[in-house]
Design a protein around this ligand. Structure first.
Ligand SMILES: Cc1ncc(COP(=O)(O)O)c(C=O)c1O
Length: 391
């Protein structure tokens, strides 16, 4: 195990330099320890009535409280899901299926798990500025009386850009006020996908002004296929999964107790150390910008420098082929990505890079290095040394 400054032991990765934390994070050992009993002697169905099952039910309640705490929410406002994709699907289908004639407004750089569900309905896409931040004037234009849901991610998975959620919320509030005088007016909700944000940003839903929020365990050193959707009290969703009525009827199926416990411990740990980790990674990021300017003069950084997750480095290396670069890096034990895991497997230029105005050839020359708890300055230096040789 390798101790890091964040005080957390991570599994040793045999001489590899892992720079793909935006795709997957290793399980925090504290999370693994907390989950283990629920695979063995604490296996009971939490809905059963006998004493040991009631203990499991209590553990679930505590997990729900923990997640609610970090979001500034009530326990009853948390729905556990199997990951971020399901939480995003539940938010979108859960609202739009009730208002099939209405529309949903999304930003052009949302994750596919927001874009694909939105495509089932009347959907409107808000433009981005070249730095990856949402164009608020365009958002204003896209909001119509028929809009029931706006979904804008808190931070982007490819370029790390942080969106101005409070400003978006205030535009949405103005639209709500206009509707107040009209008796037949539709409701208007604001959802954010915080899958990539939860390691570094404040998730307090009231401060951010959101009505729904997606949390993803697999990105916060918790188990994959664990997640949650915060849904503000009073908002009704049409469930995607019906059955035994678990999760207040909004997501049936016997609870994945170990995953839920793991998600709560992971969120608690990552939010507890977030200021410290953000400061540490920001320093690495700064050092990286300085070295790139000196050693890779043809490289361009994509996305806002100011409004950016501290773990994200996204570059276009003009004239390069990112597939070749990734193979060369891989051969030297450096694991990075060209974009999101999904667009990588489809081998099509990323919709995110297109949405911020990059040409297909620039998108094909782009790389994402995403840092995390195990990343050190020497790892970043080694990666940049290799890129300098290759580019
Ligand atoms: C911003 C964002 N939202 C949602 C997801 C979907 O998460 P999962 O595939 O774990 O369900 C991801 C995964 O990369 C993501 O980065």
């Amino acid at each position: 195990m390798t101790p890091t400054k964040a005080g957390c032991k991570l599994p040793k990765m045999a001489k590899q330099i892992y720079l793909d934390y935006a795709a997957a994070t290793p399980l925090d050992p504290k999370v693994l320890l907390a989950m283990q009993p629920y695979f063995s002697n604490q296996f009971y169905n939490p809905s059963a009535t006998y004493e040991p099952a009631r203990e499991v039910q209590k553990a679930l309640l505590n997990a729900r409280k923990t997640v609610a705490h970090w979001l500034g929410a009530r326990s009853s406002e948390i729905i556990f899901t199997a990951g971020g994709t399901e939480a995003n699907n539940l938010a979108i289908h859960g609202i739009l299926r009730q208002y099939p004639a209405a529309n949903i407004v999304v930003s052009g750089i949302e994750h596919e798990s927001v874009l694909k569900p939105a495509e089932n309905y009347n959907y409107r896409v808000v433009k981005l500025k070249p730095d990856g931040r949402i164009d608020l004037d365009d958002l204003h234009k896209q909001l119509t009386e028929q809009t029931v849901l706006v979904s804008v991610m808190q931070a982007n998975n490819e370029i790390g850009t942080i969106q101005p959620l409070r400003e978006i919320a205030s535009l949405i509030n103005k639209q709500r006020q206009k509707r107040r005088a009209k008796p037949q007016a539709l409701p208007l909700y604001f959802h954010t996908d915080a899958a990539q944000a939860a390691n570094y940003l404040d998730l307090h839903v009231a401060r951010l002004g959101v009505d729904m929020m997606t949390i993803n365990g697999g990105k916060i050193y918790g188990p994959k296929q664990s997640g949650a959707l915060y849904v503000k009290a009073g908002i009704k969703l049409r469930p995607l999964v019906q059955g035994g009525g678990q999760e207040r009827g909004q997501r049936s199926g016997t609870e994945n107790v170990a995953a839920i416990i793991g998600l709560a411990v992971a969120l608690n740990q990552t939010q507890t150390i977030r200021h410290q980790e953000a400061a540490r990674l920001s320093q690495l990021q700064q050092a990286c910008w300085t070295r790139i300017a000196a050693d890779l003069p043809t490289a361009a950084v994509n996305g806002s420098i100011k409004y950016r997750l501290p773990n994200n480095i996204h570059l276009t290396l003009a004239g390069q082929d990112n597939e070749r670069l990734l193979i060369e890096l891989d051969e030297r034990g450096i694991l990075a990505a060209a974009g999101s895991a999904c667009s990588a497997s489809e081998q099509i230029p990323s919709h995110v890079l297109r949405a911020i105005g990059l040409s297909d050839s620039a998108a094909r020359a782009s790389l994402r290095l995403s840092m995390g708890r195990g990343t050190t300055k020497s790892m970043i230096d080694q990666c940049l040394n290799v890129l300098k040789q290759l580019a």
